[in-house]
Design a protein around this ligand. Structure first.
Ligand code: AP5
Length: 226
């Protein structure tokens, strides 16, 4: 046996919260600072859909209508992603898990890989803020940078500050689809707040306020628990 501690096991961080809470924005801001890969299941589905893959075909009607993609499809995709080399030091899961079954499958995967227990950061936002954030969201076609026409506008309307890429509105950010996403969240995903709280894994972060203020709070939690 070699002397000293072995390689540090992978750190798993879950960003949990309703649609529009700011999970993706904060994951982009903080993951790389801690050497963590950013795994967004929503981004992965959108990528598959744009490339017309089989997985994209399987996910399409659920994503477009605001429903949840079936667990078996999600679990296979996330399992593959977590086994990629860039996840060895750890990863931020953004938008996963979303159901009790996904949470239990994740626990099993982490145990099998001798990963640490996950740290779950719950983004607490007032309900009336969510609609404003979702209807105002615009995303860069090139680099995926996230803006908001009300609260985080680009310097030049319709163009990304970083690479000048065209900004687009996600089709599922239409009001009727948003309503369905919020209702799926309440029914299927909100119960995970208690699930993780009961296990002592959940830290609640106040996700109201500016993007920079929320980033500071998330960094504090990650730094304190790292
Ligand atoms: P996904 O892409 O994961 O959507 P979501 O969970 O609904 O989350 P959002 O991306 O809408 O919000 P966010 O919290 O990341 O907010 P953001 O940072 O962008 O999933 C899409 C679909 O894929 C699902 O509906 C489902 O069909 C499917 N899917 C995905 N994962 C699945 C799974 N595990 N199981 C089954 N199906 C799955 O910010 C939002 C806006 O707010 C932006 O405009 C931003 O600029 C702004 N903003 C952010 N922070 C602030 C702030 N502090 N102040 C003001 N504005 C802010």
């Amino acid at each position: 046996m070699p002397d000293g501690p072995g390689p540090r096991s992978a750190r798993a961080v879950i960003f949990l919260g309703p649609p529009g809470a700011g999970k993706g924005t904060q994951a982009k801001a903080v993951a790389s600072r801690f050497g963590l890969a950013h795994i967004s299941t929503g981004d992965m589905f959108r990528d598959h859909m744009s490339r017309n893959t089989l997985l994209g075909e399987q996910a399409k009607r659920f994503v477009q209508s605001g429903g949840l993609v079936p667990d078996e499809v999600v679990l296979g995709m996330v399992g593959d992603r977590i086994s990629q080399p860039d996840c060895q030091a750890g990863f931020v899961l953004d938008g996963f898990p979303r159901t009790r079954r996904q949470a239990e499958a994740l626990a099993e995967t982490l145990r099998a890989r001798s990963c640490e227990q996950p740290l779950v950061i719950y983004f607490a936002v007032d309900a009336d803020q969510l609609l404003r954030r979702l209807t105002g969201r615009r995303t860069c076609k090139v680099g995926g940078e996230i803006y908001n026409i009300y609260d985080l506008p680009p310097k030049v309307p319709g163009r990304c500050d970083n690479d000048g890429g065209e900004l687009f509105q996600r089709p599922d950010d239409r009001e009727e689809v948003i309503r369905e996403r919020l209702s799926q969240y309440e029914a299927q995903t909100r119960p995970l707040v208690d699930y993780y709280r009961e296990r002592g894994l959940l830290v609640e972060v106040n996700a109201m306020g500016s993007q920079a203020e929320v980033t500071e709070r998330v960094l504090q939690v990650l730094g304190r628990t790292g």
